[in-house]
Design a protein around this ligand. Structure first.
Ligand code: BEZ
Length: 385
């Protein structure tokens, strides 16, 4: 037997496996909170991600998406074990997660060590697109610094001089406050006191008494999910809302307005999304989400939707061939994402460069009151690649 038929058979077998690899389902590991104070946030992210895939006919560049799921419980102590269930046990191609900054930091470490593609659809931990950055780590959301800094710019622009900040004592809280302080003090304000409590505690009473004693011109707050609902109600019930204005990171009132009711009305906040952005893209997204899920989307849904768009852009560039990882990641890095929030690109550290809106809580919507800071890029301090 000559070598030629053997050679041809080998080539045929190889191209067959390559073709199979290009059409086999792509495994997406969703590591999100399904329980605890951030459960609703995880649910909205998953719905947003699935919606974009569904709008593409259930496939991205010919690849069906197979979902594997882990509830991370927003618990950093379980994060490494949880992410390894997806990486080592389920052998996923891509991880999408998560909400909590502390959990996401452990995920980023595992993704970097195993070179698994990671798209962060919420957690703002600055280090993920800072010192812990890597070519396989992307974010579809924000860095903690971004909404905090913009709130500081807004508060100082309103002429407030003395601020008190209040948040949970973990990366998202302290980094958001750091951003606020930078923006506020650059504009001539001074942060008189930083108050905090452990995540996810909601016993705010002693801290609210301290705020009243401090008599600041403005209070800056970062809380989200169930904790944000309780904080806004307690702030109002303590009689503070009518005397000391809140300027918040937008997570305080996003996805929470129905539960916060009258206590939230009029609260100003900064974020990269507002419900009433009257653009064809946002209107179409909101209609599609409402039709599919019989509920209104929020910023978390947008971030999930855009995580899928980013993956879609990478897969389109390699025609669904996930093995071409370098080309896929390069395409993701230079994608212009047509988001409901407005088009955005990624910084060299792979974090969105985006407009941060000033919003006002009105009814069940966070309505835009204009752009607080245009095309804000996280400084990406400490990122080497
Ligand atoms: C965070 O932990 O990074 C986070 C959680 C909820 C909303 C925004 C940020």
């Amino acid at each position: 037997m000559t070598l030629k038929p053997l050679f041809l058979a080998a080539v045929a077998a190889l191209s067959c496996t390559a073709a199979q690899a290009q059409t086999a389902p792509l495994k997406v590991g969703l590591m999100l909170p399904a329980t605890g104070t951030f459960a609703a946030l995880g649910d909205a992210i998953e719905k947003g991600f699935r919606l974009y895939v569904q709008e593409q006919g259930g496939k991205l560049s010919g690849r069906e998406i197979q979902y594997m799921k882990v509830d991370d419980e927003s618990d950093p102590s379980k994060a490494t074990d949880n992410v390894n269930k997806l990486i080592k046990r389920d052998n996923v191609d891509v991880i999408v997660g998560t909400v909590h900054s502390g959990v996401a930091l452990a995920m980023a470490r595992a993704a970097r060590e195993s070179n698994t593609l990671l798209i962060v659809p919420n957690a703002g931990a600055d280090a993920i697109t800072g010192p812990q950055c890597a070519p396989n780590i992307f974010r579809s959301s924000f860095s903690n610094w971004q909404p905090g800094y913009a709130a500081g710019v807004v508060a100082s622009g309103k002429g407030y001089k003395k601020a008190v900040t209040i948040t949970w004592n973990y990366a998202a809280g302290s980094e958001t406050v750091k951003g606020f302080t930078e923006g506020f003090e650059k504009g001539g304000g001074k942060v008189a006191k930083d108050l905090n409590l452990p995540f996810p505690n909601v016993e705010f009473q002693a801290l609210l008494t301290e705020i009243a004693a401090q008599k600041p011109d403005v209070v800056f707050a970062f809380f989200a999910g169930g904790g944000a609902v309780k904080f806004v109600k307690d702030y109002d019930a303590a009689g503070l809302k009518k005397n000391i204005p809140l300027v918040a990171s937008g997570f305080l009132t996003d996805g929470t307005l129905e539960a916060q009711g009258a206590s939230a009305q009029g609260i100003l906040s900064t974020l990269h999304y507002a419900d009433n952005l009257d653009t064809p893209r946002n209107n179409a997204f909101r209609k599609s989400y409402a039709l599919t899920y019989k509920q209104q989307p929020d910023v978390y849904a947008v971030q999930g939707y855009d995580a899928a768009q980013m993956l879609g852009a990478g897969l389109a560039a390699v025609k669904g061939d996930f093995k071409q990882r370098d080309a896929l990641q390069a395409a993701m890095a230079k994608a212009s994402v047509d988001s409901p929030r407005g088009k955005f690109t990624l910084s060299p550290q792979r974090n969105p460069v985006q407009d941060i809106y000033l919003r006002e809580a009105k009814g069940v919507n966070n309505e835009s009151r204009g752009v607080a800071v245009k095309a804000l890029a996280d400084p990406g301090r400490g990122c080497k690649v």
